[in-house]
Design a protein. Structure first.
Lengths: 268, 267
């Protein structure tokens, strides 16, 4: 407990101090002003938000689908579940490299498209000249890598739903879609909430996938924080970015808690 | 087979292909020798199987050191998070104390902490106290990441051990500690092992903090990240594959515990 407090609250306080202090050590918003004036700042904010808005719902839908599918599989269920959770152990860095092999200039996608006759030769997808393709590449890589965690959380939640509910519903003539909408979704709400919060926060931190696939051609918040700290050695602005990430993460968490309020009795 | 089952199975197969094919393609990029990477158009089979790329990867200066650092950091993280996490988990499972629910929520919230806000200020502090650029410093930050999981999983494990067994041991003359060692510990051990493996993977995969907190004593992820721009493609592929390899084994080892962890975290 003490250790946790030490390792969380202390850096937090320190990050705020560094972010809010001017060159002479006084309180100032200088770092934030400089951050907002930076060329990449608007792009970084926009890209990060867009990524969250596109990736997270996709993952939730996909994971819900897979979860329901899993419940209907019967034999072979465990093997499929193992395969689907493999990406859980794959780091964002490795995931970026995986998709680099596929989407890179001499990668498999280009080869495939050429075989289909769509393109004449290798196309450079992952550059600043093709921001849309680069963005889509990151989306694909993120969905590939991080849907597994949503799936695990949802499946864990689905296992808690009593089988009798479905049987009763079937007796009363509810179809598959109705069962999903009237039983699975409402009872899964706490799990959905947890999954959404966790995934959204992690999506705000998206970093290595983007760096591998596009370098800084597709600026994102965490990538900028890293660049300011590592390349420019400016801890003040890096911390300002970190504070910004924390703020949007907390705001998103709060929003989810409000929107998907879970009633106490359903928590039992 | 009923048509419905055929449909379900083919959907499940499709999803599995979606997960596995990218890994396969990376594997043949890493093991197919330079010909496979440069081949055009590409086939779905490697041109030939060779260890050339992997050998090249290991021959690069700094790679072995980075792997060693990665392992040291991950083992340290594993030990620290279990030594701190298991007692906390036991306390959560067995004792009633004020603020218990709040404590549980707090642990979950720590997961909501952006790693950037942990790692950046600590760089400055670590330089001041002289542990910057050491595996220990990275392990400290990774422990902060892994500890919440360790506490939650171990508390769910200890809750799974019936209290009656422990009480029976007490009436038979065991002290609290003896009862823990002889009754609870053997029952919880496999789960604890899974928790440790999980902490290992979290640390092994972490990129941001490791890159910011090290300079010469890079971990493997940090090494790969910071050398991305100057390294040839096949080096990156080999590195990426080597990063994934432990993950495959580890997820298999802990698969039974993945769900107990999240089942408990939801409540």
């Amino acid at each position: 407990m003490l250790f946790l407090a030490l390792l969380f609250l202390w850096p937090l306080a320190e990050a705020f101090i560094v972010a809010f202090s001017g060159p002479a050590g006084q309180w100032s918003l200088e770092n934030f002003r400089e951050m907002a004036d930076d060329l990449n700042f608007t792009d970084a904010v926009r890209n990060t938000l867009l990524l969250v808005v596109v990736v997270v719902p996709l993952q939730l839908a996909l994971a819900l689908g897979l979860g329901v599918l899993l419940g209907n599989l019967g034999r072979g269920r465990d093997a499929f579940l193992y395969i689907w959770t493999i990406p859980l152990g794959i780091s964002d860095l490795a995931a970026g490299i995986v998709w680099l092999a596929i989407l890179g200039e001499r990668g498999y996608i280009n080869s495939f498209l050429q075989a289909l006759g769509v393109i004449d030769g290798p196309v450079l997808w992952l550059s600043y000249e093709t921001p849309l393709a680069l963005f889509l590449a990151v989306v694909v890589a993120e969905v590939w890598r991080a849907t597994a965690i949503v799936l695990v959380i949802l499946v864990a939640g689905m296992q808690l739903i009593p089988k009798e509910y479905y049987e009763a519903a079937e007796v009363f003539g509810a179809g598959a879609w109705q069962r999903f909408r009237r039983i699975t979704l409402p009872l899964l709400k706490p799990s959905i909430q947890t999954a959404l919060i966790l995934r959204t926060i992690l999506a705000f931190e998206v970093f290595a996938v983007v760096v591998v696939l596009g370098g800084r051609d597709l600026p994102v918040l965490a990538g900028e924080a890293f660049a300011w700290q590592y390349d420019y050695q400016n801890a003040g602005i890096a911390s300002a970015y970190a504070v910004l990430i924390l703020t949007v993460s907390l705001a998103a968490t709060w929003l989810y808690l409000r929107l998907l309020r879970v009633r106490e009795e359903s928590l039992a | 087979m009923k048509p419905r089952r055929v449909l379900y199975l083919s959907l499940a197969l499709l999803a599995s292909i979606w997960v596995l094919v990218p890994i396969y393609l990376l594997a043949i990029s890493a093991f197919g020798g330079p010909e496979t990477i440069n081949a055009w158009p590409k086939g779905l089979l490697p041109e030939r199987i060779s260890a050339e790329t992997i050998a090249f990867f290991f021959a690069v200066r700094g790679v072995w050191n980075a792997i060693r650092n990665s392992i040291i950091v991950a083992v340290l993280t594993m030990l620290m998070s279990i030594l701190l996490g298991a007692p906390a988990g036991y306390a959560l499972a067995r004792f009633v104390f004020p603020g218990k629910d709040g404590y549980r929520l707090l642990i979950l919230l720590t997961r909501a902490f952006p790693i950037a806000i942990l790692a950046l200020p600590l760089t400055v502090r670590f330089i001041q106290i002289g542990i910057y650029d050491t595996p220990f410093a990275v392990a400290l930050v990774h422990t902060a990441l892994a500890l919440p999981f360790a506490i939650l999983v171990s508390s769910s494990l200890f809750m799974g051990v019936p209290r009656e067994l422990e009480e029976a041991a007490w009436t038979l003359g065991c002290t609290r500690f003896q009862a823990f060692r002889k009754v609870v510990w053997p029952l919880a051990r496999p789960g604890i092992a899974a928790t440790m493996i999980f902490a290992f993977v979290i640390s092994w995969n972490e990129v941001f903090a490791a890159s910011v907190l090290t300079l010469r004593e890079r971990t493997l992820t940090a090494f790969l990240l910071t050398s991305l721009n100057e390294s040839p493609l096949h080096f990156r592929f080999a590195g990426g594959f080597f990063l994934i390899l432990p993950a495959l084994v580890f997820i298999f080892a802990v698969r039974r515990y993945l769900f107990s962890m999240w089942g408990i975290a939801n409540r």
